[in-house]
Design a binder for this molecule. Sequence first.
Ligand SMILES: C[S@@+](CC[C@H](N)C(=O)[O-])C[C@H]1O[C@@H](n2cnc3c(N)ncnc32)[C@H](O)[C@@H]1O
Length: 294
Amino acid sequence: MDATTGTTSVPEVNAGQAAAWNGHEGTHWADHHRRYEAVNEGFDEPLLDAAAVVAGDRVLDVGCGTGQTTRAAARRASPGHVVGIDLSAPMLDRAGRIAVTEGVANVSFVRGDAQVHPLPAASFDVALSRFGVMFFDDLVAAFSNIGAAVRPGGRLAFVSMRPLADHDLGRVLAALAAHLPGPDQDDAADATDAADGGPFSLSDPAVVRGVLTTAGFTEITVTPVDASQVWGRDAADATEFLAGWGPIRHALDGLDAAIVTRALDAMRDELRRFEESGAVRMRGAGLLVTATRG
Ligand SMILES: C[S@@+](CC[C@H](N)C(=O)[O-])C[C@H]1O[C@@H](n2cnc3c(N)ncnc32)[C@H](O)[C@@H]1O
């Protein structure tokens, strides 16, 4: 397997996602990886426990991004090995550097589209993902491809997003969107609620079960999991960070400066409600999914 970053052996089918994650979205994640880690790391323990990674395991981290879960899995799997696969060159570049800095040697990173990338057959004991499996334009094809890389009887575990209304962030985005003109409000909703290949494509347990069953998985469990997410030191800091996050940046792009100011002020006011002990803490809502490769 190609253990370098920056190469891909097949055309990516999810072209829009590839453009986003190799453009502003991916660069923002790479440049602010510690902030995104503080947002999402509360899901790691439930995820890794559900994945039941043990010493010697061969693990695939799908949509690994800057590799926080890849490294965490590698520490549990040692002397086993973890491969992180992702579309995003800037995020994988960061993942490779952090692994070196942290002395995590039993990882490698592959740039490719997990929906179609020719992964070696039946070569992993576990496939896992933290919010990296919701963006496929063909979920069944993607999980079939991932499943083929897992040995029969091997495990799948991932965390996907529950509907936005279940997240505290939903209130914050609603406060922002209330100040946007009609079409931009719709854009903001689309950016955060994309049904096809978007972050909420696996928010319905029935859809999750249907996709995984069709893709050949058995013993499927779907359990709600919440985590405390740190979005910044205070409301002003969190607002600055969120204003650069892809969906919000997209919704504000090209708008009159006065509208942008009003929208960000409203978002900052809402974020103040979540300030506590030197941090903005909000509840994030995931679905923890496990399955066995049939
Ligand atoms: C929300 S981020 C999560 C990143 C990382 N798992 C984390 O928790 O920090 C989604 C990740 O999925 C990746 N991704 C999206 N579509 C993909 C695909 N078809 N194949 C591989 N990676 C993909 C993105 O590049 C991005 O790194």
